[in-house]
Design a protein around this ligand. Sequence first.
Ligand SMILES: Cc1cc2nc3c(=O)[nH]c(=O)nc-3n(C[C@H](O)[C@H](O)[C@H](O)COP(=O)(O)OP(=O)(O)OC[C@H]3O[C@@H](n4cnc5c(N)ncnc54)[C@H](O)[C@@H]3O)c2cc1C
Length: 302
Amino acid sequence: MGRYDIAVIGSGPAGLTAALYARRAGKSVLVLEKENFGGQITFSPKVENYPTHQEISGAALSEQMLEQVQAQGAELEMDHITAIAKDADGFTLNGEYGEYQSRTVILAAGSKHRTLGLPNEEQLVGAGVCYCAVCDGAFFKGQDVAVIGGGNTALQDTVLLAEICKTVTVVQNLPKLTGEQALQDKIAALPNVSVITDATVSALIGDDMLTGIEILRNSAAKKLDVTGVFVAIGQKPENDAFAELAELDAYGYAVSDERCLTKTAGFFVAGDCRTKAIRQVVTASADGAVAALAACRYLDTL
Ligand SMILES: Cc1cc2nc3c(=O)[nH]c(=O)nc-3n(C[C@H](O)[C@H](O)[C@H](O)COP(=O)(O)OP(=O)(O)OC[C@H]3O[C@@H](n4cnc5c(N)ncnc54)[C@H](O)[C@@H]3O)c2cc1C
């Protein structure tokens, strides 16, 4: 294939909706995805806030989005885009497996989980340290686990893990939980859940397998005997490779507004990877539509 009208980086709700709108406007579209068609939402067991579905799994929702986009004729490719160069005809995208040409780009790369930053954390991933309760919770059936964090993701993880595990201890660094009140109420009613506030994780204990965590509270260290720790302390965008094309804010999010434009003509951003107040499927999809139509308008001026 020669030069695509629009290359979309990322196949989450933002990228797939962008592809849908662009195809319906008659543009050729290539969606590039580095690891997981459907994006982050595929890890959610239950989505209850996407219009038209009272309740649907994230995997089923993204499967439907993918089917719709493919039916419209968008091309999908598995590749990790590591660099983009702008030239007179548009953009050249470099991936681990190939090189792609397009006249415009929509960056819809979403965000990734943050880590605790502890020395042996990487070594214990898959040996007690987890970042996705939906993916790994079942491995800890009947065991004692901790959830690190106090926002919506941490509280959703806690509800899920409380059904599987013997006990769940929530460790939050702030004076109180920050997730939705409805989730806080749910957790307060669960007999096997306890919450420790104003505490940080200072060490992960164990060489080959996690056997506990050390937490610091009021300068005093205490060991929690857990075999699993689920880290849910927020997200980090992976936009660094594209910093020359889109300005990044202090947290690494691509600076843009509701028009999804960047400082580079023909380069647009959509979804969780951009500066915005609410990061959800519905807002990511909305961005995808806006960015695609902006790209179409731009293409029509060339
Ligand atoms: C466990 C969990 C539960 C959630 N529950 C809900 C919920 O109930 N309701 C709700 O509305 N939202 C929920 N969310 C949030 C929702 O998933 C996100 O807001 C949404 O997926 C963002 O969509 P996106 O397309 O912007 O990014 P993402 O879904 O993050 O997709 C971005 C994609 O880009 C790919 N990518 C990144 N960099 C590159 C690159 N360089 N090259 C190629 N591909 C790349 C990534 O692999 C990823 O697949 C949940 C999130 C999680 C993790």
